[in-house]
Write a protein that binds this ligand. Sequence first.
Ligand code: ACO
Length: 322
Amino acid sequence: RLRAVVKGVGSALPKRCVTNKELEKTVDTNDAWIVQRTGIMQRYIAGEGETTSTLGIAAARAALDNAGLAPDDIDLIVCATSTPDYTFPSTATMIQAGLGITRGVAFDLQAVCAGFVFAMSTAEKFLISGSHKRALVIGAETFSRILDWEDRTTCVLFGDGAGALVLEAQEEEGERPSGVLATCLRSDGRHRAKLYVDGGPSTTRTVGYLRMEGKEVFRFAVGQVTDVMADTFASANITAADLDWFVPHQANRRIIDASAQKFGIPPEKVVTTVQDHGNTSAASIPLALSVACEDGRIKPGDLVMIEAIGGGFTWGAAVIRW
Ligand code: ACO
């Protein structure tokens, strides 16, 4: 039996870091409000020449280095993004070209903030079928480019960045096999109006701005995320107490705390980067995984849960043994 095993992780952030204090100069907001409601203290904002694909390429290179692999070793690229460089071609094919890869397949996947969980689950299915050997799973975003910078209820919440994971198909070994152990994905399109972008090629012919009913998203997020986490624990045949690390989508400190508390996951097992990155949508989980691997928290053999919810709504969770 094949498993999709993590071989490497990497990330990339834009050069420019913007603190809450800096935002106070251009938006009617204040550091205390942002920190108290969200936990966010700063975020990185893409500048001239920095795009979703350039960040994705940098993150992919870092993940390949971490795995000790070359671009040519990759035969599958799945890039989760809602902020592609262009309507088409896909950002994944731009990343493929940027890495100099000319074989295999590359495509984008759009599930907004849940994009990375969807992309990882999709890549896992390719790998365990035996059709592909090594995948780059990337979450890359430049949400700053779809923010209405005059809307203080949304523009303070998001940031830009990218993260990537290298997964490899390997024969399962031993009683505690490494790799992706379970994934659960859900969506429900009835909630479109709570979180959406008010533009697009087929409607307004514009890119549009992000619009959100924050309270509604908050309420739905905590309820549904904990539901899909419970199903993922059952599917992996583990309980929350077995986890070494909980790496949730980094949207908001209060959503993260509420989800962890519901399962009795202690704060020291929760990886939180929202204070440094803001909400980077599909990039937030691989960015957080990258931080926690680099500082030595996540180690081989550790049991890790990731979970996310995004526009649509779309949501999901996965359990991985590192
Ligand atoms: N600075 C200062 N004041 C603000 C700001 C701001 N940036 N934004 C809103 N306010 C004001 C509002 O105008 C309102 O003032 P009023 O009472 O005079 O009308 C007051 O603050 C309270 O606003 P609420 O919207 O009620 O604030 P709430 O406590 O609900 O917090 C927040 C808003 C942080 C968005 C919260 O609803 C939330 O966390 N929602 C979850 C949404 C989320 O995280 N989305 C991320 C994207 S989706 C995803 O990733 C899944």
